[in-house]
Design a binder for this molecule. Structure first.
Ligand code: DP6
Length: 340
């Protein structure tokens, strides 16, 4: 009889500045993407495991202390789908506990952080049982990617995370890599950059990311989008390294609007922006023009806005959010700094 062992891990959600949109093969991205961790959105996972070849699989799955059959089925399917890459899944009996430090109902995708935390635990188990994992971060990113593409960017410890082959030759389609900035660049950018999330609507999305990705395969703008993403990636990467926050802001807003334009022009087409999302965009642009503040936005496949700004401009920008934007939101998840 083998004994029961415990592994635990944590992972932050991430916000993409150049968006992953469209995939092929085994969860490979059609274009490179780059993201930053969201410190106020963290998932924790703990797994009790034992070798039990006669009865492998998930014996219990709890999300925030409650049994969750839906999640359990999704993770079971995932474990079966990776048996060729992670053969241990055929031998392990698992009790999985996950939780988020942010409300599940806030309309914020928790799959990236949750899957990254689970993948990190799976790699720890592999290390404990087989002791042969050469590059645990890389391995965790591969396993996370196979659960959800954006989760591949939630395993690292860098200031930014890059996933997908690109013309700068600094990435891979298989896993993400960490990008670290030196102190002088950070100072120029006003580091840390905060991500305050304006929850415009927390209702469930009418279209899943997976459906959205698959519509890219036949999208009339597919080739142009891939080219645009490569170019935006190149310009953003150099802006980050040159401490050029204005160019950074231009690119991230262009990416957000391009993502939504792609969704609006797919067959079938869908619009996930809410009237309040558009109102907020307009107010941000006016505020920026009037004050020259470095306040920029990005948006994922939903109506909520991520407001990105340097910590050194926090006070005035947060006053503006409270006085001018709050009324157009359901709730606000204020940006935080990463724990050191
Ligand atoms: C718009 O990673 O949720 O947030 O791989 O099907 O799980 P799957 O999709 P997912 O897609 C995220 C898309 C995005 C942009 C991004 O995070 O890069």
């Amino acid at each position: 009889m083998s004994s029961i062992q415990l592994v635990t891990s944590e992972a932050y959600s991430n916000i993409a500045f150049v968006k992953y949109w469209g995939k092929f093969g085994r969860q490979y991205p059609l274009n490179p993407s780059i993201s930053m961790p969201i410190p106020q959105c963290k998932s924790t996972c703990s797994i009790e495991y034992e070798i039990n070849e006669s009865n492998p699989g998930i014996s219990s799955f709890r999300f925030e202390g409650q049994e969750n059959i839906l999640f359990q089925e999704r993770i079971s399917k995932y474990l079966t789908s990776i048996e060729d890459i992670y053969p241990l899944s055929k031998k392990l009996s698992l009790n999985i506990n996950t939780s988020n430090n942010f409300p599940h109902s806030a309309g914020i995708a928790s799959s990236a952080s949750a899957f990254a935390a689970i993948a990190k635990c799976l790699v720890q188990i592999e290390q404990n049982v087989l002791g042969n994992v050469e590059n645990p971060n890389q391995r965790s990113s591969i396993l996370a990617r196979l659960a959800s593409g954006s989760a591949s960017r939630s395993v690292g410890n860098g200031e930014f995370s890059v996933w997908g082959k690109n013309k700068l030759n600094i990435g891979s389609d298989d896993y993400s890599i960490d990008i670290f900035l030196d102190q002088s660049t950070k100072t120029q950018l006003g580091w840390p950059l905060l991500d305050t999330i304006l929850v415009v609507s927390s209702s469930t999305k009418s279209v899943s990311s997976s459906q959205g990705h698959s519509l890219m395969n036949t999208h009339p703008y597919k080739d142009a989008r891939i080219e645009q993403a490569h170019e935006n990636f190149r310009v953003l990467y150099s802006a980050i390294h040159n401490g050029d926050i204005t160019t950074f802001g231009e690119i991230i807003e262009n990416e957000a609007m391009s993502l939504h334009a792609l969704m609006m022009t797919s067959y079938p087409s869908f619009c996930l922006l809410h009237p309040n999302s558009l109102k907020i965009i307009e107010l941000i642009k006016d505020y920026r023009q009037n004050t020259k503040a470095n306040l920029y936005f990005t948006i994922d496949a939903g109506p909520n806005l991520h407001l990105i700004y340097p910590h050194c401009e926090k006070e005035k920008i947060e006053n503006f959010i409270n006085s001018d934007l709050k009324d157009f939101t359901e709730s606000i998840m204020w940006g935080e700094q990463l724990e050191s």
